[in-house]
Design a protein around this ligand. Structure first.
Ligand code: UD1
Length: 443
């Protein structure tokens, strides 16, 4: 049959090629050695907001090199704070806090920057912070932050997407209050704990979050002279004071980064050490690794060794507030379960929409079915490398893990998600012997 030309009403224009960063992973290379864990992203973000409580100079050390940290620094700098960054450190001079208004363009890029609302209100008696909006993993409202601040005497108006909070009266000072959180929200506990350090009188937060990052923030506030007790339990008591002083404070190691590397050991059946870590912070992850048949051995107070045993058994996980299994490890652990013998169920209870990685796992041969917030995983004997797309921060780490375990080459796009929260992930894997490279591809 004769070829006929395709007729179009408008001439076809070729799609414009764009350059994009991709991660190329050659799977099935054993890992060995040791890996150094960076400072905790989530601690650092909250503590950076906490520096606004002090009208002096603060130094934070063990700061990870992350896009989220840079964004948070931009938000704080926009308030008039001088920040000097040197490798691993941030110096804040908060004496000249100029404005209580955080700019939308910056806050919209980073949900955690909403946390400045508590310190701003406590220190200046007013704060204007845009709503952070939803994100890929769920709607993530801020009602618990707002209700707690109202209980402490703030008047709050939410208009045109901006939360405007003010404290009336001569001294414009928040009042201590008894606050019960409907849910132990990490961010709301942090906002209210920070606000209470400079309030008048005593604040009690019931059903508070108990995450290690809450304890780190409390330790930081205490190092500036704040009176806080009960952090790490579900009842935190804060006695407000007039002023907080300068400090020099190191951030704790990142338990999620450490957990990600431990799972990497299990999924690649490789033995190596991770340090520094606080093993207690990793108990739920260690317990589940042991349930798969993988050993995790303490090598001193701040070092763990992952020691796979040649078997991987299915196990169920349910994400919960600390000390339950962390939602921030759900995707990485599910990566491991795709290769575990038998059926596992993963139940996500913290966020409503945190299963986007499943579609990408399936492209590599995983057998996973999602029903609401449950994923049913039937272990397969092997996965095959494929082109995949990172959909959020922890999903990106999970895709790196399956890429390291799969046969052949995996190409991951949307690498910027990974750069938000992992300090040189591919460099650290490379040092352990992985074949992983960052490339610029023309797509
Ligand atoms: C923090 C962590 C994030 C982690 C999460 C849960 C930071 C910067 N981020 O996020 O990595 O996954 O804890 O461990 O520390 N909620 C409300 N109303 C509120 C606040 C929260 O309904 O006012 C809901 C959220 O929508 C979510 C759940 O509570 O479903 C948990 O959120 P929360 O603990 O507040 O998490 P974040 O502080 O946002």
């Amino acid at each position: 049959m004769e070829d006929r030309p395709i007729k179009t009403s408008a001439p076809l224009t070729p799609t414009r090629a764009t350059a994009e960063t991709i991660l190329k992973i050659e799977g099935r290379h054993p890992l060995s050695g040791e890996v150094r864990i960076s400072g905790a992203k989530n601690s650092a973000l909250a503590i950076m907001a906490g520096t606004l409580l002090c009208s002096d100079q603060c130094r934070l050390t063990n700061i990870p090199d992350l896009a989220d940290i840079k964004r948070m620094a931009e938000v704080i700098a926009a308030l008039g704070v001088q920040i000097v960054a040197t490798p691993g450190n941030l110096d804040f001079d908060t004496r000249h806090l100029r404005t209580a208004e955080a700019p939308y363009e910056l806050v919209s890029k980073l949900r955690a920057s909403f946390f400045v609302i508590g310190p701003l209100l406590a220190r200046l008696g007013e704060a204007k912070v845009p709503m952070p909006g939803g994100c890929a993993i769920g709607a993530r409202p801020v009602d618990l932050h707002v209700r707690g601040l109202q209980a402490m005497g703030a008047e709050v108006i939410i208009e045109h997407g901006v939360v405007q909070a003010t404290v009336k009266g001569n001294r414009r000072r928040l009042q201590g209050a008894k606050i019960y959180l409907d849910y132990p929200s990490v961010g709301a506990t942090e906002t209210l704990m920070m606000a209470a350090t400079l309030a008048e009188g005593e604040t009690i937060i019931e059903n508070a979050a108990q995450e290690p990052e809450i304890v780190d923030l409390a330790n930081f506030c205490r190092s500036m002279g704040a009176y806080i007790s009960g952090d790490g339990s579900n009842k935190i008591v804060i006695q407000g004071c007039d002023r907080l002083h300068a400090t020099d404070y190191p951030i704790i190691p990142d338990r999620i980064e450490a957990g990600t590397f431990l799972v990497a050991g299990a999924i690649t059946q490789s033995e190596f050490s991770v340090f520094p870590v606080v093993p207690d912070h990793l108990l739920p992850v260690i317990a589940k690794l042991e349930a798969t048949g993988t050993k995790v051995i303490a090598e001193g107070p701040n070092r763990l060794r992952i020691k796979p045993q040649g078997i991987l058994r299915a196990t169920d996980i349910e994400t919960l507030p600390y000390p339950g299994f962390p939602t921030d490890m759900q995707a990485q652990f599910m990566a491991l379960l795709t290769l575990c013998e038998g059926s596992s169920v993963v139940t996500e209870t913290v966020f409503e929409n945190r299963m986007h990685h499943v579609a990408e796992f399936k492209r590599m041969g995983a057998d996973v079915k999602v029903k609401g917030n449950n994923a049913i995983i039937k272990g397969v004997p092997f996965l095959s490398g494929a082109p995949v797309m990172a959909t959020d921060l922890r999903a990106s780490a999970a895709l790196v893990l399956v890429g390291l375990a799969a046969e052949g080459t995996t190409i991951m796009r949307e690498v910027h998600h990974m750069d938000r929260g992992y300090d040189d992930l591919e460099g650290k894997f490379k040092a352990l012997g992985a074949r992983i490279e960052r490339l610029t591809a023309t797509l």
